[in-house]
Design a protein around this ligand. Sequence first.
Ligand code: DGT
Ligand code: CA
Ligand code: CA
Ligand code: ZN
Length: 583
Amino acid sequence: MAIPNTKIAEVFDELADLLEIEGANPFRVRAYRNAARVIESYPSSLAARIEQGTPLPRLAGIGKDLEGKIRIIARTRGLPLLNDVAKRVPPGVRELLQLPGLGPKRVRALQKARGIESLAELERAARGQQLRSLPGFGTRTEEKILSELSRRKDAPRRFLLSAAEQSAEPLLAYLKGLPGVSQAAVAGSFRRKRETVGDLDLLVTCEPGAARRIMEGFTGYVEVAEVLSRGPTRSSVRLHTGMQIDLRVVRKESFGAALVYFTGSKAHNIAIRNLALRKKLKINEYGVQRGPRRIAGTTEEEVYRALGLPFIEPELREDRGELDAAARGTLPKLVTLEDLRGDLHGHTIATDGTGTLGEMAEAARERGYEYLAITDHSRRLTVAKGQTPERLRQQLRVIDRMNARLANTGAGLTLLKAAEVDILEDGSLDFPDSLLSLLDFTVCSVHHKFELSGEKQTERILRAMDNPYFTILGHPTGRLIDRRPPYAVDLGRIIAGARDRGCFLEVNSQPDRLDLADVYCKSAKESGVLLAISTDSHSPAHLGNIRLGLAQARRGWLEPRDVLNTRPLAELRELLRRRRPRG
Ligand code: DGT
Ligand code: CA
Ligand code: CA
Ligand code: ZN
């Protein structure tokens, strides 16, 4: 599998960070950072081109030298230069970078002026009030560092699903490539696609006698920072990213039972164990037994069948009614990536995106989409270059021309004319109806006044929904996972309000938003409110985040019919228009 552009960009970003900490020439640092931005927003896979032997496109600021490095990264997933630099920077210093608010500049200052080379040394210095006098720091920074350090100690660290993927996918590929490995899978919360993951639980089966060498291969993986335990069938390591991994080698005839057990959740496991007891069966990670006889264990299907149940998708295994539904034959047929015909939330360079209209369209076409909505920001959001009515009108003309061209070339893609319109404090929308009426639909979002009381915030959004040009509520709670709590809002009333008015709710796929969260997706579905699974892309590459919103939707039991963007274009247009005044 070709390495994605975002991963290539990460290598350059890390290189830039480390060089900056070392005090390298600022132009050199900037060149790597610039390369990272250009690469991550390039709409198609550079590594795939390299694999196919297609010449690389001309990329702004990327000359022969950088191109050579891109080729090395694409081929080896690494860069010798980065390894060299990484060896020169102490690992403790690299860890400092993980604290929010500590970029390479500050890390360099800490190291140079205070000799701080680890989190422990940082804590000592902050407690001794030795940071506040550093240029660019101050009392507040010092306090923030202390509170962040104590937060990390209290809360066991969890990783965003997207970050967990970056550890899990290459490791899984590596394990599959080890001699003697037959099957390998990630279980645990990662497989259930929870929005955050505590640790990764890996399972492999192997040929007889290979277990020991596989364990050696695992603990010798290049990303391993620390081996926590090592045994013949189970080992644990911590990667440089901080992610902990448990690997278990299981027998082929137990793979299904182990997969069920270690996929969990714990609550689901307990529920199926109770069900098994009622059926006079015994279930554990080795298999299902009736008396002395083993009746299942090789595959998950077999294990569930032994319990009298159909296969239950991992995303549903949370003991939220899935066993009853399975027993009654009413499990949802979950929406899949193939069901999604387009994306209803994307930004361009007209506001805070990094891709042009053409680049966004090309990326959507490459995904085989029927439609992509362009939803640049409305004027209030000045930090994101929100568009004036004049600029929006201009953009609509460009979209018309582009659609004509797309139609002529038989691209099969239509750009939808939309905007992400701010919901103002009084519940009015940031553009006049006369302008909104020119759009195919709107995504309406709260971007300020997060601190309103629950009552006021709920009223504000419901009032906005009263406007017939309100179509989809964008990122409905405003939360940023682990960074910003949802604003106070009564989602029960919002869901009922959306149903009564015929509005839709968004499942925003940004890795740290995933908003609406799974349980609210389920209540919306049960109320008959359709959801839009959207990326809120700010670059062509972000269109790929759709898998994360999809995961949240599947955890919310959504089927294709519950999702707005499974509709073919003509049907979608009908739905988007249904609240509007005729004429
Ligand atoms: P995480 O890592 O906190 O994101 O969540 P999980 O679900 O991956 O939990 P983890 O890593 O502690 O354990 C993996 C699976 O192993 C878990 O989903 C279910 C199973 N498991 C762990 N402990 C227990 C237990 O005490 N009882 C049962 N029945 N299953 C357990
Ligand atoms: Ca886990
Ligand atoms: Ca675990
Ligand atoms: Zn947006």
